[in-house]
Design a protein around this ligand. Structure first.
Ligand SMILES: Cc1ncc(COP(=O)(O)O)c(C=O)c1O
Length: 337
C-alpha cells in the first residue's frame, strides 16, 4: 500500500532487467560458457515460477514476489515500509529473526505475550496495536516456536483493526488444518509469506514467496536486489511444483509422526503444546538440550522467560524414534542422580 510506503521509496524506480529474446547477448557483461551452461544471469522475476504458482493458486502472476528464503522477504517488507524508529509489532514468543530484522532496519520491536497456553488474547492484542501504532505487524500462523494457531476470523479482525502493513507468515501452513485462504485482494495492507523450506523439504535451495496486492508487490520489488533467486533454485522449485502427490504424502507422514512424538513426550511426563506445524514445543527441564547434545541430538533450547521450554522438529520415523529413546534415557539418567 502506497499510504505506508517509506517516503524515499515513493519515487524510486526498480532496476529493470531486459528479458527480451536474443540471438547474441552483449548487454550484461556475462562470461562465456566453459563449465556447464550457467554463464547467464538467472531470470530476474522468476517468470515461469510466478506463472506456475499463479495457476496453482488461481492468482495473477503479478501478485507474487520471490525471495532468497522467506527470510529475505520479511526484510524486504521492512526495507520498503519502515522509517527510522517506527515500530514492528509481533507476538511473543515468535520467530527470532523478526526482532533481528527490525533492529537491523532501524525499527523498534514491540512484543505482545501469548498466554500460558500459548494462545493469543485477540482483544488485548488489538488494544496493544491501537496503543503502539506500529508501521508493520508480523503474525506467524501456525506460530514458531509454539506450533499454536490463530483462527482465520481472528486474523481478519486484526488485519481490519490495523492502520499499517500486516505480514502473515505462513511458513508452516501446509502442516495445519487452516484453509490456505488468500485475503490479500480484499485487504490491501495484508502480505502473505510462504516458503519451500518446510513442507517442500527444500531449505537448501533458499526460496520463499510473497503474495500481495499487485501494487504492493511492485513497491516491495523496488528494494529487491536483481537476480536474488539463482537459476538452480528456480529449476528445482519448478520440478517440486509438479510433485503434488509426493508433497501430500510427506505432509501426512509428518502429521502422523507429530502425533506419535507428542504422545511419546506426554508418556514421558512432559507437557506439550498442541502443534499444527512440523515441530513440537514442550516443557522439559533446564539442561535437557545440553544432555541430548551429548548424545548428538540437537533440539532448540530457549532461555530467559522460556527457560526449560524446547522445540523439537518432527523428522523421519527412524530419527523421531531415536530422539524419543534418547529423551527417555536422559530423563532416567537425571532421575538416577
Ligand atoms: C516462522 C518462520 N518464518 C520464516 C522462516 C524462514 O524460512 P526461509 O527458510 O524461507 O527463509 C522460518 C524458518 O525457520 C520460520 O520459522
Amino acid at each position: 500500500m502506497f499510504k505506508y510506503l517509506r517516503q524515499d521509496i515513493r519515487n524510486l524506480k526498480s532496476y529493470v532487467v531486459n528479458e527480451d529474446d536474443y540471438e547474441i547477448k552483449l548487454d550484461a557483461n556475462e562470461g562465456i560458457d566453459w563449465i556447464g551452461g550457467k554463464n547467464r544471469y538467472p531470470n530476474d522475476t522468476c517468470s515461469e515460477l510466478r506463472r506456475r504458482l499463479a495457476k496453482k493458486l488461481d492468482k495473477n502472476p503479478n501478485e507474487f514476489l520471490f525471495g532468497n528464503g522467506s527470510s529475505e522477504l520479511i526484510e524486504l517488507v521492512m526495507k520498503a515500509y519502515l522509517e527510522y524508529g517506527e515500530k514492528v509489532l509481533a507476538i511473543s514468543p515468535a520467530f527470532s529473526m523478526y526482532r533481528l530484522y527490525t533492529i537491523i532496519n532501524k525499527g523498534l520491536y514491540k512484543e505482545y505475550p501469548l498466554d500460558n497456553l500459548m494462545d493469543l488474547n485477540v482483544d488485548g492484542f488489538i488494544n496493544f496495536i491501537r496503543q503502539e501504532k506500529p508501521k508493520i505487524i508480523i503474525l506467524c500462523n501456525p506460530n514458531n516456536p509454539t506450533g499454536t494457531i490463530i483462527n482465520r476470523q481472528d486474523i481478519l479482525r486484526i488485519v481490519k483493526a490495523s492502520d499499517c502493513m500486516v505480514i502473515l507468515d505462513e511458513a508452516y501452513i501446509e502442516f495445519s488444518d487452516l484453509e490456505i485462504e488468500d485475503d490479500t485482494r480484499e485487504y490491501k495492507n495484508l502480505i502473505v509469506l510462504r516458503t519451500f523450506s518446510k513442507a517442500y523439504g527444500l531449505a537448501a535451495i533458499r526460496l520463499g514467496y510473497m503474495i500481495g496486492d499487485c501494487e504492493t508487490i511492485e513497491y516491495i520489488n523496488r528494494v529487491r536486489s536483481p537476480y536474488n533467486i539463482n537459476a538452480m533454485t528456480q529449476e528445482i522449485a519448478l520440478r517440486a511444483l509438479e510433485e503434488d502427490n509426493l508433497l501430500e504424502d510427506n505432509i501426512n507422514m509428518i502429521k502422523s509422526q507429530r502425533e506419535r512424538v507428542r504422545k511419546g513426550l506426554e508418556d514421558l511426563g512432559l507437557e506439550t503444546f498442541p502443534s499444527q506445524a512440523n515441530f513440537i514445543f514442550f516443557k522439559g527441564y533446564k539442561n535437557l538440550a545440553s544432555d541430548l547434545a551429548k548424545k548428538k541430538i540437537l533440539i532448540r533450547d530457549y532461555g530467559g522467560d522460556l527457560e526449560g521450554y524446547f522445540r523439537l522438529t518432527i523428522a523421519s520415523p527412524d530419527e523421531n524414534g531415536k530422539a524419543l529413546k534418547a529423551i527417555k534415557e536422559v530423563l532416567n539418567e537425571k532421575g538416577d542422580n
